[in-house]
Design a protein around this ligand. Structure first.
Ligand code: ADP
Ligand code: ZN
Ligand code: ZN
Length: 667
C-alpha cells in the first residue's frame, strides 16, 4: 500500500480555516512521515514555510494538486495517538485550533545534539512518611481509589496546616509501587519552592519540575527526561498537566480553586478538565485539594460527581488562628489616617518585641492607585487603557499596570495647576508607613516590582526564613503555600479590595484569599492570630472568613448562585470581541448576538447576556466587549457557538476584529 499523503495540523491555520491539510510525502521520506512528527510545509500563495504536525498518513487525497512536505523537524514522533485525540477533543471543548492544542504538549525546539544536563535532585536519607490518624484515614480511602482500575475523582477539603502535602507524598509513593506515574499541579512554582524541595527530597531523580518560567533548554531537558520514562513524578504549573508520562496513576491539583489553572490565551483550557480527560483514559485518580475548594468543585462533590474527604485539624493540633477585625471607619473617625489600624499596630509591636514574625498582605503594588487633582478633580488615566495609573514612589512615575505606559509625576495638576492628591495605598506606601511607625525594622517587600529577577522569590523567602527581617509585606504572592513556623501574626490590610469587583466569583475569591492568608499564621509550636482590616466589617463574606467558616460560606454562596443561575448551576461561555475600532466592536458584537439568537431561538434554558464592555474595556488601545451564553455546556451548544464564530470570521465585518469563544470563563 502506498501511504503517500499526510494530514497535517498547521500553525498558520486560523480558527475558521482550521482542518487537517493534505500534503504529499516525498517518496524518500516515507519512513519519517509518522503521526506526531513536526514538519515544515509551504502554505498560502507565497508558499511561506510554516510548521505543522502530522496527524495521520493516508493513501490518497480528495483534493487535486497537493504541495509536498518541505522538511522534517523531528526524527521520531514526539506525540502519540492519545495526544492527537486529546488535541481534537480540546479543539471542540475549548474553541481552539488543533495545532494550538498540540503546541502545549510539545517540548521547546532544540537542536537534537544538545547534551542533557544532569539533575541534582538528592533523595534525603530519612524520608519515611508517617501520617497521623486523621491523615491516615483519608489516605486509606484514597489508596483504594488509586488501585481500583477505574477512573476516579476526589476532592480533599483540608484546612490550612492539616498536612495535605503529606497525604500526596504517601499517595505518590503508592502510585510508584503500583508501577504508575504521578503529576502534581501547583498554582505557581515560584511561590512553592518548599513544595518542590519536599518532593525532590522524597523521590530524588524520579522527579521533574515543569513550568513556564524554565529557560528553553531546561524545559526541553525536563520534557525529554519525562518522555524517556526516567521521570515518574512531575511537579509543575498548569501546562504540566500535559506532561508526556505513560501509565498515569494519579493527578493531584493542589489549591484547586486557583485561577492560574485556567489558561487565558489559546488554547483556553482549564487544567482540571485536561486532568479529567487523562485520568479517564488511564483509569487513574484525580485528587483536587484545597482549604477553600472552589464552589464548582464542592458542588460537584455534594452532588456525587466527586468523592469528598476532610482533614479538619491542623497537624500541630493547634486551632486555627483567631481573627481580630479592625474597622477602618472607626480608625478614621479616631484620627488614624494611615493604612495600619491601631489593632494591627499593637499586635505588630508585640511580635517585634518577642522576635516572632509577621506577614502583611495588600492586593496592590506601587504607592498610590489613584492620583487626582484636589481642585478640579482631574485624574490620570492611561492613554492606552481604560484604567487609572498607579503612582510608584520608587521612581517617581505614574504607571499603567495593564500596558506599562508611564509618565513622570509632578506636584501639580496639568489642567489647573492645583495640588495633586495621592489616594489609596499600595505595597510601597505601606512599607514607608511601617518604617515611619517602627523605624529600623527589617521589612521584606514582595510584589511584581521586587521579584522581576530570576530566583528573587526564593532569595526573599529564604532571607525571611533566616529571620533577617521581621515583616514580610506583599501582594497575593504572600498569601499561599508559605509555611514559616515563626510567623504568628498575619494582617490583611484591605479585605475590601477584592470584594467589590463586578464578578460573580468576587465573594469566592475574597473568601479564599482571606482564609489562605490567615492560614499562614501559627503553623508551628507558637499559637498565631490574624487581623483583618475592612471598611465593611458587617459584610457576610468578611465575617464568615474571619470565623474561617467554609461550610457557612459555601451554603450562602451556592444559594446565591442557584438563585442567579450562575455557575456551577449553569455554565457560562463567553464570546470576546476585540478591536482598536470601538464602533466595529459594537457592530460585530451585535451581529454575533443576532446570529446566536437565531440559532438558539425557542430554547429557554439558553440565555444570552450582553454584549457589554469587559471589566477593563480598553487595553493597549483595543476595545474589548463580550457576550455571555448562560447554558448547559454540551457538544451541541459548543458546535453552534463554534459555527457562529467561524461564520463571523469569514464575514467582511470581521476585518480588524479579533473574536474568540472561551468556555469555563473565569470572571
Ligand atoms: P497544608 O498543605 O494542608 O496547609 P502542610 O502539608 O503544609 O499543610 O502541613 C503543615 C505542617 O505540618 C508542615 O510543616 C508539615 O511538614 C507538617 N506535617 C503535616 N503532616 C505531617 C506528618 N504526617 N508528619 C510530619 N509533619 C507533618
Ligand atoms: Zn486640576
Ligand atoms: Zn495602559
Amino acid at each position: 500500500m502506498n501511504r503517500s499523503v499526510a494530514k497535517i495540523a498547521l500553525s498558520a491555520a486560523t480558527y475558521h480555516i482550521d482542518k487537517p491539510y493534505d500534503y504529499l510525502i516525498p517518496s524518500s521520506d516515507t519512513e519519517l512521515a509518522l503521526p506526531g512528527v513536526r514538519v515544515m510545509v509551504p502554505f498560502g500563495r507565497g508558499n511561506k514555510k510554516i510548521e505543522g504536525v502530522i496527524l495521520s498518513v493516508v493513501t490518497e487525497s480528495q483534493y487535486g494538486k497537493l504541495k509536498s512536505i518541505a522538511s522534517f523537524v523531528d526524527e521520531k514522533p514526539l506525540l502519540n495517538d492519545e495526544n492527537i485525540k486529546l488535541a481534537f477533543w480540546m479543539s471542540d471543548r475549548f474553541f481552539c485550533t488543533v495545532y494550538d492544542a498540540l503546541r502545549v504538549m510539545l517540548p521547546a525546539k532544540m537542536s537534537p545534539k544538545r547534551k542533557i544536563k544532569e539533575r541534582e535532585y538528592k533523595k534525603a536519607a530519612d524520608s519515611e512518611i508517617i501520617l497521623n490518624d486523621e491523615q491516615n484515614k483519608v489516605y486509606n480511602e484514597l489508596e483504594k481509589l488509586l488501585d481500583n482500575k477505574k477512573p476516579e475523582a476526589a476532592l480533599l477539603y483540608g484546612i490550612t496546616g492539616s498536612g495535605k502535602t503529606q497525604v500526596y507524598l504517601k499517595l505518590i509513593e503508592k502510585t510508584l509501587q503500583l508501577g504508575k506515574s504521578a503529576i502534581v499541579l501547583v498554582p505557581e512554582i515560584a511561590l512553592t519552592p518548599q513544595t518542590v524541595k519536599i518532593f525532590s527530597s522524597h523521590f530524588g531523580q524520579a522527579v521533574a519540575v515543569f513550568h513556564s518560567a524554565l529557560a528553553t533548554g531546561q524545559r526541553h531537558d525536563e520534557w525529554t527526561r519525562i518522555h524517556s520514562g526516567e521521570v515518574r513524578v512531575v511537579i509543575g504549573t498548569r501546562s504540566a498537566v500535559f506532561a508526556p508520562l505513560s501509565d498515569i496513576g494519579l493527578i493531584v491539583i493542589d489549591e484547586e480553586q486557583e485561577h492560574t489553572y485556567k489558561s487565558e490565551s489559546s488554547p483556553r483550557y482549564h487544567a482540571r478538565e485536561i486532568a479529567k480527560y487523562r485520568v479517564t483514559k488511564s483509569n487513574a485518580l484525580l485528587l483536587l485539594s484545597s482549604a477553600t475548594p472552589s464552589v464548582d468543585s464542592m458542588y460537584a462533590a455534594k452532588t456525587g460527581k466527586y468523592k469528598l474527604f476532610h482533614l479538619l485539624n491542623r497537624y500541630n493540633e493547634k486551632g486555627l488562628p483567631p481573627v481580630l477585625i479592625a474597622d477602618m471607619k472607626t480608625e478614621l473617625a479616631n484620627g488614624n489616617g494611615t493604612t495600619i489600624s491601631s489593632v494591627l499596630r499593637s499586635e505588630l509591636e508585640k511580635n517585634l518585641s518577642s522576635g516572632e514574625q509577621s506577614i502583611l498582605f495588600i492586593n496592590r503594588r506601587g504607592t498610590s492607585p489613584l492620583v487626582a487633582c484636589g481642585e478640579c478633580g482631574y485624574t490620570f488615566k492611561c492613554r492606552n487603557c481604560s484604567v487609572s495609573m498607579t503612582y510608584h514612589s520608587a521612581n517617581g512615575r505614574l504607571l499603567c499596570h495593564y500596558c506599562g505606559f508611564s509618565l513622570k509625576t509632578s506636584d501639580n495638576c496639568p489642567e489647573c495647576s492645583g495640588k495633586l492628591k495621592f489616594i489609596g495605598a499600595g505595597t510601597q506606601k505601606i512599607e514607608a508607613e511601617l518604617l515611619d511607625i517602627f523605624p529600623g525594622t527589617g521589612i521584606i517587600r514582595m510584589d511584581a516590582d521586587t521579584t522581576t529577577r530570576k530566583d528573587s522569590h526564593d532569595k526573599l523567602l529564604s532571607s525571611f526564613r533566616k529571620k533577617e527581617a521581621q515583616i514580610l509585606l506583599g501582594t497575593q504572592m504572600v498569601t499561599k503555600g508559605l509555611d514559616f513556623e515563626n510567623v504568628t501574626l498575619v494582617g490583611v490590610l484591605s479585605a475590601d479590595l477584592s470584594l467589590y469587583m463586578s464578578d460573580y466569583r468576587a465573594n469566592e475569591k475574597s473568601f479564599s484569599l482571606i482564609t489562605q492568608v490567615v492560614g499562614r499564621s501559627g503553623r508551628g509550636e507558637k499559637p498565631g492570630r490574624a487581623v483583618i482590616q475592612t471598611f465593611t466589617p458587617g459584610h457576610k463574606v468578611i465575617s464568615l472568613a474571619s470565623k474561617q467558616d467554609y461550610d457557612g460560606f459555601y451554603e450562602s454562596e451556592i444559594a446565591l448562585r442557584k438563585a442567579l443561575g450562575s455557575p456551577p448551576v449553569n455554565d457560562l461561555i463567553a464570546v470576546n470581541i476585540i478591536s482598536p475600532d470601538e464602533s466595529k466592536v459594537i457592530k460585530s458584537s451585535v451581529a454575533i448576538k443576532n446570529a446566536l439568537q437565531n440559532y438558539f431561538r425557542g430554547i429557554k434554558e439558553i440565555k444570552l447576556l450582553g454584549p457589554a464592555p469587559a471589566v477593563v474595556s480598553k487595553v493597549s488601545n483595543k476595545y474589548r466587549y463580550r457576550l455571555l451564553i448562560n447554558c448547559a455546556n454540551n457538544k451541541k451548544v459548543r458546535e453552534t457557538i463554534a459555527h457562529t464564530v467561524r461564520e463571523f470570521m469569514r464575514d467582511s465585518l470581521c476585518r480588524g476584529v479579533t473574536v474568540f469563544a472561551d468556555a469555563d470563563t473565569y470572571d
